[in-house]
Ligand binder design. Structure first.
Ligand SMILES: C[S@@+](CC[C@H](N)C(=O)[O-])C[C@H]1O[C@@H](n2cnc3c(N)ncnc32)[C@H](O)[C@@H]1O
Length: 280
């Protein structure tokens, strides 16, 4: 959909969306929608309110966002707290703050960042609407790191807490019959620099498909609906469709809507455009 998400989101039927997954414009970061960090929370809350209304009771809102260093004012040179302020306001609004994930970027670009290292991670906050959110850990398990023999030994080991002399041992036998390991809340996905030679190359802030894939698989049921209110080049939509989910996106700038459409059409997923069903 082409337009302002604040207008479209309020039109979605209440309780219809399984997962809102999005990477909104970060404070002050890009020319396409510069929002001052001091005003970011106020700017974001109407979107969050409309998403809460449109989310299913078992549904989630997953927000990828990044810190920044204040460029002016009394915080100049320090980390600006807008991300943390936003998270607390979302929780006050009624979004249940389930987890903070770190998206770790092994290929983060070095540069001049002042008295600090380069930025090599971003936050991904997982909020849920209700007390029993859908979450499929099995869908995102990773291969065990130990050898097959060691895993077989651990599966047989019922010694539980007596495993270590210090008494810190845990009975891990039950964790080795799941077909893979819990990936943990640090998700390593290389940043998508210039690797989109297709339509997405025209957007300056494309997220890697692997990040969207993790949350689509974990936080949206197979027959569920994913919506990205700040769709950009359409990464969320393309990935969700590729994984068999229904998906929709909203994007303010027409040229990016065209990028999304081309990308959907050139992907392996079914190309029929579909429509977000509106309540009015
Ligand atoms: C960080 S980019 C999203 C990139 C996307 N995840 C991708 O992989 O291409 C944020 C997008 O939000 C769009 N945007 C900004 N304000 C908006 C609004 N009020 N409604 C809808 N889209 C908006 C911007 O034009 C930009 O394309």
């Amino acid at each position: 959909m082409w337009g302002d998400a604040v207008d479209w989101l309020v039109c979605l039927p209440a309780g219809s969306v399984d997962l809102f997954f999005t990477s909104p414009p970060y404070a002050d970061a890009r020319r396409y929608s510069a929002i001052h960090p001091d005003r970011y929370v106020e700017w974001f809350l109407p979107f969050a309110k409309a998403m809460l209304q449109a989310t299913r009771e078992s549904g989630s809102f997953v927000l990828n966002i990044k810190n920044r260093v204040a460029a002016a004012g009394h915080l100049r040179g320090q980390r600006h707290p807008y991300v943390y302020e936003l998270v607390l306001e979302l929780q006050r609004m009624g979004w249940r703050w389930l987890e903070t994930y770190i998206w770790s970027k092994p290929n983060a670009i070095p540069g001049r960042f002042g008295p600090r290292t380069k930025d090599s991670f971003e936050y991904v906050y997982h909020f849920a609407k209700g007390v029993r959110p859908f979450f499929d850990l099995d869908a995102v398990r990773v291969p065990y790191r130990s050898s097959e023999q060691e895993i077989a030994r651990r599966q047989r080991d019922r010694n539980g807490r007596r495993n270590t002399e210090a008494g810190f041992g845990r009975d891990r036998s039950a964790t080795y019959d799941k077909g893979g390991a819990d990936p943990g809340n640090v998700i390593e996905v290389p940043q998508a620099y210039n690797q989109h030679w297709g339509p997405a190359g025209q957007h300056t802030a494309v997220m890697p498909e692997g990040l969207a894939e993790f949350f689509v698989r974990a936080a949206c049921p197979c027959d569920g609906l994913v919506v990205d209110p700040f769709a950009g080049s359409g990464t969320t939509v393309v990935v969700a469709r590729r994984h068999g989910r229904r998906a929709g996106g909203i994007e303010l700038h027409r040229e990016y809507v065209e990028v999304c459409t081309q990308r959907i059409q050139s992907d392996q997923c079914e190309p029929e455009p579909g429509e977000l069903r509106l309540a009015v």
